[in-house]
Ligand binder design. Structure first.
Ligand code: FE2
Length: 194
């Protein structure tokens, strides 16, 4: 973990680290995404949001906030492409919101490790990946389709993506994860069977 100045958990700090939130046009959805990240951060062990890692399998400088930003950008670019070329209805706001929220549960699933890296927390071992984020989304009153997409995004889930937005975020997450895993010499998600 880095030991620079600690940014207090505020909505502004969340939006500074996840500026793609500003691309969500619906004010209520924008506030809900910000509020869920803030809730997760305030109730977590992480002082600095920018210190939360993408994965214990990757170098610590591969962070969750940058992964979330990248998945949001990749997913919304895919949404714009398939809407234009395939004439399928894909909601930009929904795509951005679920991309930004798909891994927010990792704030509780990971904790700082003794080696300066990160490890799975007890919560991370007790709950299926994605569950806590979906729970917070339900608490915030988000619609079933958005909650579904977060439940379905992980290969650990038996739920298959059933909306266009859920499909796109699923593959955007794989693409961004595999780019980072390949760079680190790790096994790719696309070749894992469990
Ligand atoms: Fe992810």
């Amino acid at each position: 973990m880095t030991a620079n100045s600690t940014s207090a958990p505020t909505a502004g700090a969340v939006q500074d680290l996840l500026p793609e939130i500003h691309q969500i046009s619906d004010e209520g959805l924008r506030e809900a995404v910000t509020g869920i990240w803030l809730r997760a951060w305030r109730s977590s062990v992480w002082e600095r949001l920018e210190d939360v890692p993408k994965s214990p399998d990757l170098p610590v400088w591969r962070t969750l906030t940058v992964h979330s930003r990248s998945v949001a950008r990749i997913a919304v670019q895919m949404a714009d492409t398939v809407r234009e070329l395939h004439q399928v209805a894909v909601d930009r706001d929904v795509t951005l919101a679920i991309a930004l929220l798909h891994d927010v549960c990792k704030l509780h699933e990971f904790e700082p490790g003794s080696d300066g890296g990160a490890r799975f927390s007890r919560t991370g071992r007790m709950y299926q990946h994605g569950f806590l984020g979906a729970h917070w989304m339900l608490e915030a009153g988000l619609e079933e389709d958005l909650v579904h997409a977060v439940i379905a995004h992980t290969p650990h889930s038996s739920v298959v993506p059933r909306t266009q937005e859920a499909v796109l975020v699923h593959y955007a997450d794989f693409a961004d994860s595999d780019v980072q895993l390949l760079d680190a010499g790790q096994r790719l998600f696309c070749k894992r069977r469990s």
